[in-house]
Design a protein around this ligand. Structure first.
Ligand code: SAM
Ligand code: SF4
Length: 324
């Protein structure tokens, strides 16, 4: 089992398969995707080796992310490759869902277990302002399709809290959750290398929302080992649940259970660490032992926490680089 110097165990791998994105979310890629570096993203054979090596080291869950992962035409093959890897119990995807109704059937056929869709406003005009795309209704239709599918995946919705764009209208999300059986996760905006001014103007603490939820009768869900740092709540009158991800809260990193591999095959020990540690050389052959040895050895450098409180964001310019 992958364990670091602080006794944390890593059941969960977040695998980025591209850093390209078609959206221009104001907190992430406000000027859209700019191709500055290599675009030599991991190939299917390399992805298969990553999945096998991590599963042999105890990883049980893989989340595929990006950039926008659905821009890769071979996404269904990537999902099924991860899914067929012995030891991997759950394959999840994080997506902006821009073509969710069209893509969903092939992802379901490939065996996807869980889909997280980002929706930063339930108001179509505000959604357009935040992302640069008028896609809210398409995405909501895709979510309804996912929920009513035969082999329905778990559906979660990610909402990044922003003072002037959505935090004043939590009620519209609560109204939606009354009859919609999804888990909505409010994510505190994180500072990255590129968004300092935006962060200073828009950051809202999740703790305030948590307080209001508890006052309104929301109750904590008991979490399991794979749930990570989200704090979840349920309410007997609501079909949906609410999660809070508060990276600035005390002890947030104590429950870290995830490692990241970038679309260039670099291991990232923390979302806000220094530039990743390359596994690419070890990914070129079928013998997984050197790859596993490299992962175990690099894990020895994982720090106890991120340094976001000191406004140190590491090498992460924006989260499209790594997948959040
Ligand atoms: N494009 C996909 C999407 O938006 O779902 C996957 C990649 S995106 C980087 C993954 C998640 O990170 C999204 O839910 C997004 O809202 C979140 N995210 C991006 N930048 C963030 C930031 N600065 N602070 C908090 N969350 C952020
Ligand atoms: Fe693209 Fe996701 Fe970043 Fe939005 S949050 S710009 S959809 S990578």
């Amino acid at each position: 089992m992958l364990t670091d110097n602080f006794g944390r165990r890593f059941y969960y791998l977040r695998l980025s398969i591209t850093d390209v994105c078609n959206f221009r979310c104001n907190y992430c890629l406000p000027d859209g995707y700019e191709c500055n570096g290599e675009r030599d993203f991991l190939k299917l054979t390399e992805i298969s080796r990553v999945a096998k090596a991590f599963s042999q080291l105890g990883t049980e869950k893989i989340r595929i992310t990006g950039g926008e992962p659905s821009l890769r035409k071979d996404l269904p093959e990537i999902i099924s490759t991860c899914k067929q890897t012995q030891g991997i119990k759950k394959v999840a995807l994080t997506t902006n869902g821009f073509k969710l109704p069209t893509h969903l059937p092939s992802w379901l056929d490939a065996g996807i277990d869980a889909i997280n869709v980002s929706i930063d406003s339930l108001d179509p005009r505000q959604f357009h302002t935040i992302t640069g795309h008028n896609k809210l209704n398409t995405i909501l239709k895709g979510i309804d399709m996912a929920l009513s599918a035969n082999n329905a995946p778990t559906v979660k919705v990610n909402t990044v809290l922003m003072r002037e764009y959505n935090a004043y209208d939590i009620q519209s999300y609560l109204d939606w959750l009354k009859d919609t059986p999804v888990t909505l996760r409010f994510i505190e905006l994180m500072q990255t290398g590129d968004n300092k001014e935006f962060f200073d103007a828009q950051h809202v603490q999740g703790a305030r929302i948590k307080q209001n939820l508890i006052l309104a009768g929301w109750l904590p869900v008991i979490s399991d080992k794979s749930s990570g740092p989200a704090q979840e709540f349920y309410h007997p009158d609501y079909q949906g649940k609410i999660g809070l991800i508060m990276p600035y809260s005390k002890d947030f990193c104590n429950t870290c259970n995830r490692l990241r591999v970038s679309s260039q095959g670099k291991l990232h020990l923390c979302l806000f660490g220094e530039s990743g540690l390359s596994l690419r050389e070890q990914l070129q052959c079928d013998d997984l032992e050197p790859l596993k040895a490299q992962i175990v050895s690099l894990l020895g450098d994982k720090k106890a926490t991120h340094f976001l409180h000191e406004k140190i964001t590491g090498a992460t310019k924006h989260l499209a680089m790594l997948g959040g």
